[in-house]
Design a protein around this ligand. Structure first.
Ligand code: WT7
Length: 654
């Protein structure tokens, strides 16, 4: 492995095995380990047959000419020649098949207001907004940014874009004005859909004001559509004449019907920006047909979705988890789901369990960082809460530590619910390594086995098979990214160059155990996972050096009790400048402004220099050791060994 990994040492000796209960296996879509193995073998030996059977469960205006076209690798094409529409498969198909009156979304606002939308009602809302977009001149291929809290209009806006073939670029509502601007300019966004505000821990986030600042002077933005977050919750915001419009006024002026556009298989469906190893986030491109089939099938099998399930994923639609496992994958399966606007600890730490009880949630999907927070808040919040409706649990975002896994299994799952620990990425579109809940015996902290059609390997830098090394994916899959917006070369360099263009390189380290289970060991690049949010250390570094007093900086990830990882920044100042708490505050404020508060470092340390090799490379491994208070090994390769000593002293003093 190219980088050291410290985060997951504790799991290497975990050997407890949790087979699914007989009751679960009996009714599961994939029932028993033999069923998984047979279908997996088929999916690898004859992927074209496997994927076309899966696709046959969905609606197509025209079927494909070929399942997989490898002629322009790594720009693979899936279901080429077909025509389809995601919004149609999420909505119209259910109405046609008699499920129109079923609840699609039980929405729960943070202050306690709620709204239920049936598939028919959701369809109507989506059609209306689609008509608004068309009336404002939006056409197929135009990019639309969505910056909304977790209100139904977020799902409606996503589906309206898909319906008319506009490309959505959802920006998580925790991102700053500067981040909005970067994304809007990179993709030349035509329109922004936002709201006056949104609730978070009892406070109103003033989203429209942030958008105003973000798009100020961006000539590409012609319209800003503003959702009013509830009649009783007015938020001050100024509406710019000609550019800004109230959502509720526009939708009242259009018709109720809008035919779904027939989209080509590789038409761009959405962009979602994510962090990499440079200061500039990448616009990950997902296209129509392959993503449609992959989000549908992974949802169906990994969550074992059945007609009477009530599913709840606590992620935000601003991240890939919400795109695939709130909107597209789940709605295509036609089940009911809960969508919650706010924080897990508002008005108190029992809120999630109340919601599960209220809506009789049967499948619950959340992040390890949330589970650790619940453990810390204490078991008393579970008293008198009826969680007996639950039958399946899931986690995503980072590896789960076995202690949190066991707590989840016992306290939330009542020792009867399988836990699916799903490893995947923004780029993969959907689950890649995951237990199949009615088939796979699970191990705490382990993402276990590949989903159908996924061919993983653990390789060394030179491409030979090893027990612990770098995770590779050897074959293309339908949900894969199709590129980085505006930068095809970066797509090739980042994901396909590691092993001469042969395999996909996700950027994670992994090991395989005696049962063939795969354990994810954490990133092997300079990407840090803070509370399941992916942050490139280079992004923070490029912000710090914009400060006039800063010469250089290096940011590293360290283990964090709740967040999984936290960030520590090492900053050197220009000769002769003072550094003090004031400078520290200024630097933190710059992160808030450039990225968002969720990317704040835990600590900012100043020094006169950073440890470097004689060739001038910053020794991040040493900085991590310092930040973790570890014994330092051999420092003789350093250009100036005394730098380390002074940094370490300073770290211990603070
Ligand atoms: C990175 C992707 C997938 C949606 C949320 C994050 C880490 C994700 C797991 C898991 C171990 C995991 C990986 C991956 N990761 N899930 N179950 N076990 N690590 O999406 O922001 O694209 O981040 O999150 O390091 O590369 P993302």
């Amino acid at each position: 492995m190219t980088t050291d990994n410290t985060s997951m040492e504790s799991v290497s000796h975990e050997d407890r095995l949790f087979p699914p209960t007989a009751a679960f296996v009996k009714d599961a879509h994939i029932s028993g380990v033999e069923a998984y193995k047979n279908l997996y073998t088929k999916s690898i030996e004859d992927p074209e047959a496997f994927w076309s059977e899966a696709a046959d469960e969905l609606h197509w205006f025209k079927k494909w000419d070929s399942v997989l076209d490898r002629s322009d690798a790594p720009f693979y094409k899936w279901f080429d020649g077909s025509r389809t529409n995601l919004s149609y498969n999420c909505l119209d198909r259910h109405i046609e098949e008699g499920r129109g009156d079923k609840t699609a979304i039980h929405w729960e606002g943070e202050p306690g207001d709620s709204r239920d939308l049936s598939y028919k009602q959701l369809h109507l809302e989506v059609c209306r907004l689609s008509n608004v977009l068309k009336a404002r001149g939006v056409s197929k291929g135009d990019r639309i940014a969505i910056y909304l809290p977790m209100v139904p209009e977020l799902a409606i806006a996503v589906l309206a874009c898909a319906r008319i073939g506009a490309v959505h670029s959802v920006i998580f509502a925790g991102f700053s004005a500067d981040s909005i601007r970067d994304r809007v300019l990179d993709s030349e966004t035509r329109m922004v859909i936002t709201s006056d505000g949104g609730y978070r821990r009892g406070k109103m986030l003033k989203l429209k004001n942030i958008v105003d600042e973000g798009v100020d002077g961006c000539a590409c933005v012609k319209d800003v559509i503003v959702v009013k977050r509830g009649e009783d919750h007015p938020v001050d915001c100024t509406m710019q004449e000609g550019r800004d419009h109230w959502y509720h006024e526009l939708v009242s002026q259009v018709g109720d019907e809008c035919t779904a556009e027939e989209m080509e298989a590789e038409d761009l469906l959405f962009l979602l920006y994510t962090s990499g190893t440079t200061g500039k986030p990448k616009g990950i491109m997902h296209t129509t047909a392959g993503y449609q089939v992959y989000s549908y099938l992974t949802s169906k099998y990994v969550f074992d979705l059945k007609g009477d399930d009530v599913y709840w994923c606590t992620a935000d639609v601003g991240w890939i988890t919400g795109h695939t496992y709130i909107v597209y994958g789940i709605l295509q399966n036609g089940v009911s789901q809960v969508m919650y606007e706010g924080a897990p600890n508002h008005p108190n730490e029992g809120r999630f369990w109340e919601i599960i009880e209220k809506y009789k949630v049967s499948i619950f999907y959340t992040a390890p960082t949330a589970i650790r927070a619940f453990m810390k808040w204490g078991d008393k919040w579970l008293n008198n809460k009826d969680l007996s409706s639950l039958r399946l649990l899931g986690t995503v975002g980072e590896a789960i530590n076995p202690e949190a896994w066991i707590w989840y299994h016992k306290m939330i799952g009542g020792e009867r619910c399988p836990i699916v620990d799903t490893w995947w990425q923004t780029e993969t579109g959907g689950h890649m390594l995951t237990p199949l809940p009615g088939a796979t015996a699970t191990k705490p902290g382990c993402a276990t086995v590949p989903f159908f059609g996924i061919k993983p390997a653990i390789l060394s830098d030179d491409g030979s098979d090893v027990e612990a090394g770098i995770l590779a994916i050897k074959e293309p899959w339908p949900g894969m990214l199709r590129g980085i917006y505006g930068d095809p070369q970066r797509y090739k360099d980042t994901y396909w160059c590691k092993w001469d263009g042969r395999y996909y390189f996700p950027g994670d380290g992994a090991r395989v155990d005696a049962d063939g289970y795969i354990w994810i060991l954490g990133r092997v690049d300079d990407v840090v996972n803070v509370s399941g949010h992916r942050i490139g250390t280079a992004e923070l570094e490029s912000v710090f050096v914009e400060h006039k007093d800063v010469a250089e900086s290096a940011v590293v990830g360290i283990p964090h009790e709740i967040k999984g990882q936290g960030l520590v920044a090492f900053v050197t100042v220009i000769d002769g400048r003072d550094y003090d708490d004031q400078l520290r505050k200024e630097l933190v404020a710059m992160i808030d402004k450039s990225i968002g508060k969720f990317a704040r470092p835990e600590r900012v340390l100043f020094s006169s220099d950073l440890p470097k090799t004689r060739s001038g490379k910053i020794m991040r491994r040493l900085l991590r050791d310092i930040a973790e208070g570890k014994e330092l090994g051999n420092v003789t390769t350093l250009a100036d060994p005394s730098v380390v000593e002074s940094l370490q002293k300073q770290y211990q003093q603070e």
